[in-house]
Design a protein around this ligand. Structure first.
Ligand SMILES: [Fe+2]
Ligand SMILES: [Fe+2]
Length: 221
């Protein structure tokens, strides 16, 4: 069951973890983009350089939000794994990005629980970038982008959909009930009188007489 409680203090701690992860990503991309060797990795090396610049922007955004919440941004990065093998470097990056996306998704929910919708919006924008990083890395490794959705995220989404369907059915039922029990009303909200058509008197031939219409005009309506 997902934890539905959060305080501003706890959010500051969590955002500081995110900031450490952003520092880790900056260092990893700065180094990996320069040491990747081999013609087949030149394209992705160029992409990693771009990632490094984007991770710096993310770090600045998160740092700014921590300051807004009254906290002190951390100066400590998470540990950066290194390798001589290009494929291993890319895999480390992909794993780190997966972890980042999982955490930011959770962060969006926590920010919204606290009513901090603007911070949630900033994190959503960062998430768009992180998702692109995952796509770049998975493509370079020749694999599909891993699914990082947590079981509780799926359960929560299913509950929201079920609640919406239930609400819709309840509304439709209510409308039907209302229609069954309510007399027709005019636009002004007053009950309308149902007009009955007056039958015209008929002559011997069975045809309507010339002056039998209510206005006295032949064939009037
Ligand atoms: Fe980032
Ligand atoms: Fe990233």
């Amino acid at each position: 069951m997902a934890d539905l409680t959060i305080t501003r203090g706890r959010l500051i701690e969590l955002l500081n973890e995110d900031l450490s992860r952003e520092y880790q990503a900056i260092i990893a991309y700065v180094v990996y983009s320069q040491v990747l060797k081999g013609a087949e990795y030149m394209n992705i090396a160029g992409e990693l350089e771009k990632h490094a610049a984007q991770e710096l922007k993310h770090a600045l955004i998160i740092s700014n939000q921590i300051d807004y919440l009254g906290g002190m941004p951390t100066v400590v990065p998470k540990r950066v794994r290194t390798s001589e093998k290009p494929e291993e470097m890319l895999r480390f990056d992909l794993e780190a990005e997966n972890e980042t996306v999982r955490n930011y998704r959770e962060r969006v929910r926590k920010c919204e629980l606290l009513g901090e919708y603007a911070i949630a919006e900033h994190i959503r924008e960062i998430l768009v970038n992180e998702q692109e990083h995952r796509i770049d890395l998975a493509t370079a490794l020749g694999e599909d982008v891993p699914d990082v959705t947590q079981p509780e995220e799926r359960a929560s989404a299913a509950r929201s959909v079920a609640a919406l369907i239930g609400l819709g059915l309840f509304a439709v039922e209510g409308l039907c009930e209302l229609r069954r029990h309510r007399a027709p009303v005019s636009r002004l909200g007053r009950p309308t009188r149902v007009r009955r058509r007056r039958r015209r008197p008929r002559g011997r031939t069975g045809r309507p007489t010339p002056h039998s219409s209510p206005g006295g005009r032949p064939g009037g309506c």
